[in-house]
Design a protein around this ligand. Structure first.
Ligand SMILES: NC(=O)c1ccc[n+]([C@@H]2O[C@H](COP(=O)([O-])OP(=O)(O)OC[C@H]3O[C@@H](n4cnc5c(N)ncnc54)[C@H](O)[C@@H]3O)[C@@H](O)[C@H]2O)c1
Length: 674
């Protein structure tokens, strides 16, 4: 297996220049080739700007920037550039003949052991591989836009791709810091685009049948927390692009995809959306002007979820990808908080089946008919089928290789691909519990498991004096993961109780707990922060309890802790309106103790935690916390009695002696927690 040292990316457009930057960032010598000198100039400027942004935000230093730039060379000579490279990735426009012409040149010039790939979003890898002399060394490497930012890469096996090359590229993708998913069969749309294709068909038919107006559907989508509705998104992507991909699916997946009368009319009138200034909506300065509308009740979130589950079932049944890879692909490729597999886990077979039957009835399209295994009631079985074949073989080989060593503890499903959704880190007497669950740090069953474990192990750790709860990626937590709301009411109630128990155990920790609030802090995330003793926030952080706007109530202690913290008047306003507030207002209300600018937040929390960890007696903290929180639940006279008893207990500790002696001797105390 030849090592990959030098990479050629053909086509320096939107995707190609980003792919070249990704490889250079990982230290690979990279050639970026294009027929157009203007495209190459633009690509060079874009790469330089992107690296500059990383320097300015402190993500890289200038030395690394210069090294990265020096690794990329630019070329207009396809034949010459193809000669001496180990991997070639083609990223020219999505036109089969154009791609084939490129591969004809590559086929003549590339080294015999060169691996050749296409970044195509849709086209047949097997058909393209027919052009090169060694189809076993040909495959799809599908990056997402923009490649530098998007973690996901679909690695697609053509009919002739060898196992060895497939595995080598999967490893390479990991090495360049991306998350690969295995696409074991070369079918239209692969995984991520295949999941979104029927959603597009659904919204196209909704339009053709006049079921709801675009602005009503978009208003509904936004009311569900999506940043853009489906029609605004079509305008953004380009209505011509949407029609072309539907035509492609009509030819290769199902004739039903040709149902796009309204969209096609718009394309013919050049009402393409953002790029022509008019689509469903007028566009100016990159923004759509969308008429005010009441959210439609004709389309429901469950429609889309059921359509996604149905398509995921087809993908599994056709042997294209495993349930795990579909889930990861949809989360990372479509930036969604959950994928169709976790939705299917929370729903019953009959719920999905009857929803799909209702959709077929509403839009009159057979593509939405439930799959055979849904009809046979086998949904749960299909979605819990193991990894796809090659992965399974590898796992078995690994298990054999590891025989004799103790099996690793079962890990909670990791949404961060390899990382745990809750990470614990200790820096001397200060411990950090860090949520690490995607972009928004949503709280789901795995996060609750992680919190539970972290709280119970740190509670016993005598060396830890302060525990800071924070979120990775500049977001504390945007709330609970919606997919858990698709379970039955008994499961739902149990999830709620579980969260309550865990958050209560956080308030009962013997250490001082601090919430470091950045970015979003909503719903369950806000309740997690409320369960800490002290909250420090960035001034731009947004907080709130939006549950009532979703037909819920705060269920992890929000209705109880918030009124006790800030009084019923303010708490009632926040709970009953779902209004969001920012750091300053949260400080005025007494929710947070202090605010800082976002760039100073971590340092300030670190400084305060370090100070508390040495200045304060652990024995006093433990007693005082009990008095504060139990005191809110008991009569004053009992609380005062508890206070006196605590004083008596503390009197016998070493910490009280050390505290008093250190004070008299004008030195810092050294508390032992005894
Ligand atoms: N745009 C996306 O969001 C996206 C996402 C994933 C994959 N893709 C796929 O990536 C590929 C490229 O898409 P894009 O959006 O970067 O296109 P693009 O139009 O932005 O760039 C294509 C580049 O290829 C160059 N080119 C054309 N013919 C060439 C030739 N014969 N040799 C060398 N260069 C040539 C063009 O000058 C242009 O710079 C397509 O297959 C597309 O389906 C696109």
């Amino acid at each position: 297996m030849g090592a990959i040292r030098k990479v050629l990316v053909i086509g320096s457009g939107l995707m190609g220049h980003g792919i070249a930057e990704v490889f250079a960032l990982s230290g690979y010598r990279t050639i970026l080739e294009d027929v157009s000198v203007e495209a190459l100039t633009k690509a060079k400027i874009s790469i330089e700007k992107s690296l500059e942004r990383m320097v300015n935000s402190g993500k890289m230093d200038k030395i690394k920037r210069d090294q990265t730039i020096s690794l990329i060379s630019f070329s207009q000579d396809l034949a010459g550039a193809s000669k001496d490279v180990d991997l070639i990735i083609e990223a020219v426009p999505e036109v089969m003949e154009m791609k084939k012409e490129v591969f004809k040149v590559v086929a003549k010039e590339a080294k015999p052991d060169c691996i050749i790939a296409s970044n195509t979003s849709n086209m047949s890898i097997t058909e393209l591989s027919g052009i090169v002399p060694e189809p076993s060394r040909f495959l799809g490497i599908h990056f997402f836009n923009p490649p530098v930012v998007m973690k996901l890469v679909e690695v697609i096996r053509g009919e002739s791709t060898s196992d060895e090359i497939f595995e080598q590229i999967l490893n390479l993708v990991k090495e360049i810091g991306k998350t690969p998913i295995r696409v074991n069969k070369d079918k239209p749309g692969f995984v991520v685009n295949r999941i979104s294709a029927p959603e597009g068909l659904f919204f196209s038919i909704v339009l053709d049948k006049g079921i709801a107006k675009p602005e009503e559907v978009d208003a509904f989508a936004k009311s569900q927390g999506l940043p853009m509705g489906p029609y605004e998104l079509m305008d953004y992507v380009g209505i011509d692009t949407v029609v072309h991909s539907m035509d492609y699916y009509a030819e290769h997946l199902s004739a039903e995809f040709a149902r796009h009368e309204v969209l096609k009319g718009k394309m013919e009138r050049k009402e393409l959306g953002l790029k022509t200034g008019k689509g469903f909506y007028p566009w100016k300065d990159g923004r759509a002007s969308i008429p005010q509308a009441t959210p439609t009740d004709k389309v429901q979130l469950m429609d889309i979820l059921a359509i996604d589950v149905n398509e995921a079932m087809r993908i599994i049944e056709e042997g294209i990808a495993s349930p795990d890879d579909i889930e990861i692909g949809v989360k990372l490729g479509l930036n969604r908080p959950f994928g169709p597999i976790s939705v299917a886990q929370g729903l019953s077979n009959s719920e999905v089946k009857s929803k799909l039957e209702a959709i077929v009835e509403m839009v009159g399209c057979d593509y939405f008919k439930p799959t055979e295994s849904l009809i046979a009631g086998r949904m749960k079985e299909v979605i819990s089928s193991g990894p796809s074949q090659p992965q399974k073989e590898k796992a078995e080989a690994q298990a054999t290789a590891d025989a004799g060593t103790p099996p690793p503890a079962p890990a909670a499903p990791s949404p961060q691909q390899g990382g745990s959704p809750v990470e614990v880190r200790k820096e001397g007497p200060v411990a950090y519990i860090e949520l690490n669950n995607g972009r928004l740090n949503l709280i789901n069953a795995s996060v609750l498991d992680g919190l539970d474990q972290a709280i119970s192990s740190l509670s016993k750790d005598k060396d830890v004096r302060v525990v800071v709860v924070r979120g990775k990626n500049g977001v504390f937590s945007a709330g609970a993961e919606l997919s858990q709301f698709f379970s039955g009411n008994i499961d739902f109630m149990e999830t709620d109780r579980r969260g309550q128990r865990i958050f209560k155990s956080l308030t009962e920790m013997p250490q001082v707990t601090m919430a470091e609030i950045s970015g979003y802090c909503f719903g369950g995330g806000f309740e997690l922060a409320l369960a800490c003793d002290i909250r420090i926030s960035s001034d731009s952080a947004e907080m709130g309890l939006p549950e009532v706007t979703r037909g819920l109530v705060p269920g992890w202690g929000g209705t109880q802790r918030l009124p006790k913290l800030i009084g019923t008047s303010r708490a009632a306003f926040l709970i009953l309106t779902g209004e969001r507030i920012k750091g300053m207002q949260a400080m005025t209300f007494g929710i947070v103790w202090e605010i800082t600018t976002p760039d100073k937040l971590q340092d300030r929390v670190k400084e305060l935690a370090a100070k508390i960890s040495v200045d304060v007696a652990p024995t006093s903290v433990k007693m005082a916390k009990g008095l504060i929180y139990k005191g809110t639940e008991t009569a004053m006279s009992i609380g005062l009695d508890m206070e006196a008893i605590s004083m008596g207990v503390l009197f016998g500790t070493e910490d009280i002696k050390e505290g008093v002696v250190a004070f008299m001797q004008k030195r810092k105390p050294e508390f032992k927690g005894k």
